[in-house]
Write a protein that binds this ligand. Structure first.
Ligand SMILES: Nc1nc2c(c(=O)[nH]1)N[C@H]1C(S)=C(S)[C@@H](COP(=O)(O)O)O[C@H]1N2
Ligand SMILES: [Mo]
Length: 245
């Protein structure tokens, strides 16, 4: 699934429905997008690395760039089609930035992606090294807006939207599965994400319909779908447009 150029029918993964455009969506709900610092950075750290470091995002300019066109699938059941992303392939970033810092004898199993709005997500290393996974700073040729993750976001089209962390500010490398923090926007949302109903699937692959850690993705379709309109409404109300520069 490197590139969403489709041959034949325009299929969506099981249980997904196409939406028009690309809505702002997420556990940030009613909050406006976080402010982007003047000189944005990425904190690089975690127990698998020898030392933590702060990397200015401008350091990414030294790495080769990649462009993909892909559909975007939210676990709640909507899909936005034909989005064009540009940035640095995560595999390249891993090879050039993280791998040289891995402690001798340590092997990285999970990465934690943290965002300026407090959101985070744990992702297994094997799900991140495919050609279609990007640290993206451009959407349809323009710098990411506040709605879609300025200044930098993870894009992993083969995994549900919740893996695609917006507003990245830190990446941690771990030697074993870390605890999930559910760093969502508000106390209530944080509580909700601790409920069994929302336990994230560790791989969250869209074609396998891995919507949930324990429950069948298919069975959950109507539940998640029922929540979608209210989340969309809340998220849209405070959607901002804060470009990267
Ligand atoms: N920082 C941050 N990233 C996030 C979220 C969030 O609330 N905060 N929500 C996730 C969810 S559930 C989805 S579906 C996508 C939505 O991306 P979009 O708002 O660009 O459509 O962002 C994901 N990444
Ligand atoms: Mo989502």
């Amino acid at each position: 699934m490197a590139n969403a150029t489709r041959i034949g029918s325009r299929t969506l993964p099981p249980g997904q429905r196409k939406v028009e455009g690309f809505p702002r969506f997420g556990t940030h709900l009613h909050k406006p997008p976080p402010a982007v610092p003047d000189n944005p950075t990425l904190e690089i750290g975690g127990p698998a690395l020898t030392a933590a470091t702060t990397m200015p995002l401008t350091d990414l300019d030294a790495l080769p760039r990649t462009q993909i066109t892909a559909d975007f699938h939210c676990v709640a059941g909507w899909s936005a089609t034909d989005l064009s992303w540009e940035g640095v392939s995560f595999a390249t970033f891993y090879r050039e930035v993280l791998e040289p810092r891995v402690a001798t004898g340590a092997s990285v199993t999970h990465l934690v992606f943290r965002a300026l709005d407090g959101y985070d997500c744990v992702v297994c290393i094997e799900d991140l090294l495919g050609e279609d996974v990007l640290l993206a700073d451009l959407l349809d040729g323009r710098p990411l807006t506040g709605s879609h993750g300025a200044p930098l976001r993870l894009v992993s089209p083969g995994q549900y939207g919740f893996v695609n962390v917006k507003h990245l500010c830190a990446i941690e490398a771990h030697k074993q599965a870390p605890d999930e923090n559910f760093g969502a926007a508000s106390g209530l949302v944080r509580l909700a994400f601790r409920l069994p109903l929302f336990r994230r699937h560790p791989h969250a692959r869209v074609w396998q319909e891995e919507r949930h850690r324990y429950l069948s993705g298919r069975a959950l379709r109507p539940v998640y779908r029922a929540l979608t309109p209210s989340i969309r409404k809340l998220s849209a109300r405070r959607a901002g447009r804060r470009p990267l520069r």
